[in-house]
Design a protein around this ligand. Structure first.
Ligand SMILES: *Cc1c(COP(=O)(O)O)cnc(C)c1O
Length: 377
């Protein structure tokens, strides 16, 4: 442990990441390509480290959300195709050519601009086209898609590699809206086929769709959260052997005795009902732990130690009265497994009344990431 750091850190088990990819590859049809979504530092796990493992496991493309995310991967030596989700403004187009990034082109205007810059760079860049089938976010509205796609594809100098859409809800039991989106997408594809237009790569599924909508797989699925070992919801299909690769850990830095009536933490939200023993853990909401009051717990000696009072930006207090063996310097699991107990990302999401994606991406980068090949996660 670097003595400059507080004893609070995140372990990323790259061995388990390899296993998760191997399990996903076994689960899917061989012809189905994978796009690994590495946006927002692979949901807080480290984009480069995870992308490298992904590319050793037959992943065809990487997906990111911003140009800087893509450029970071290129500058670290990643040469695989990178698809940037969302819209690029005109002043970002040349960077995309410079770094050989794959972008979305959803208007004739953007195709015209991009073709002009591509000619200047003497490149024929790959692009994908996004169809909005009901998320009302990016892409061409399904009702106008056949006409517009045909017009866009008339622009020479660009390689139209893919056509895709994105589900608004694919991981809940009720699949009716996802099926409506799929039907709209299929109508667009059929309409294009009638015009003799066929793009090499068709994709609509995220993890939820990959798990639960096999007839929507087409040529490629885009998966971000599943290789990290986390399911997008409690109800989607499970694949045995997939395990989380992230653990959040700290050490006890202080142990205190409370007398009956003592208050704990900002706002005095906890009053000791009797003599208690508490441990001070140097990790708080500034590190991405949910801002809670008398809610949640951590694992010490494999047991749950409840949080008392409200946690602060950098520190929280937990009741260890039932864990008499606990000592200063002992390891604390804030998220992950210890012995037979586990605090899952879904449990943290419940304390925050949010979703697992929010918990994962919120762990602060002041918690150093420690990459391990093995681990007892
Ligand atoms: C984030 C994202 C994904 C990945 O979603 P997961 O549920 O993590 O698999 C797929 N496609 C698009 C367009 C996204 O923005």
């Amino acid at each position: 442990m670097n003595p400059y750091h507080r004893p609070a850190w995140i372990e990323i088990n790259l061995g388990q990441l390899q296993q998760n990819f191997a399990i996903i590859n076994q689960d899917k049809l061989a012809a189905l390509s994978l796009l690994f979504v590495a946006k927002d530092q692979a949901y807080g796990h480290g984009a480069f480290e995870c992308a490298r493992v992904a590319l050793e496991h037959d992943v065809r493309m990487l997906g990111v959300a911003t140009i800087s995310e893509a450029v970071e991967l290129r500058e670290k030596g990643i040469t695989a195709p990178i698809l940037i989700f969302g819209e690029r403004l005109e002043d970002q187009l040349e960077l995309c050519l410079q770094y050989d990034l794959t972008i979305f082109v959803n208007t004739v205007q953007k195709a015209t601009w991009y073709a002009r810059y591509a000619a200047k760079w003497q490149k024929t860049p790959a692009v994908h086209i996004e169809i909005d089938t009901g998320l009302s976010r990016y892409g061409i509205r399904w009702t106008e898609a056949v006409e517009t796609v045909a017009q866009i594809m008339d622009i020479p100098g660009i390689r139209f590699e893919g056509i895709m859409s994105h589900f608004a809800m694919s991981d809940e039991l009720d699949k009716s809206y996802a099926l409506l989106q799929l039907q709209r997408f299929q109508e667009v594809l059929t309409g294009l086929k009638c015009k003799g237009i066929n793009l090499p790569l068709t994709h609509i599924c995220n993890t939820g769709g990959f798990l639960d909508l096999p007839h929507a797989h087409f040529d490629m699925v885009r998966t971000g959260i599943l290789p990290l070992g986390v399911y997008p919801s409690q109800v989607c299909r499970r694949i045995p052997g997939i395990r989380p690769i992230m653990s959040v850990k700290a050490k006890i830095v202080l142990i205190r005795d409370l007398l009956p009536g003592d208050k704990v933490g900002y706002g005095m939200h906890y009053t000791a009902p009797s003599a208690r023993k508490i441990a001070v853990i140097p990790l708080g909401y500034g590190d991405g732990f949910p801002r809670v009051r008398n809610t949640g717990c951590v694992l010490i000696h494999g047991k749950r130690a409840p949080i008392v009072g409200g946690n602060a930006m950098d520190v929280m207090m937990v009741d260890i009265s039932d864990i008499p063996a606990a000592q200063i310097g002992d390891e604390v699991v804030v998220m992950g497994k210890m012995g037979t107990e586990e605090i899952s990302v879904h449990e943290l999401a419940r304390w925050k009344q949010s979703v697992s994606y929010d918990i994962l991406t919120n762990w602060s980068w002041r918690l150093p990431r420690v990459y391990m090949k093995e681990g007892n996660l």
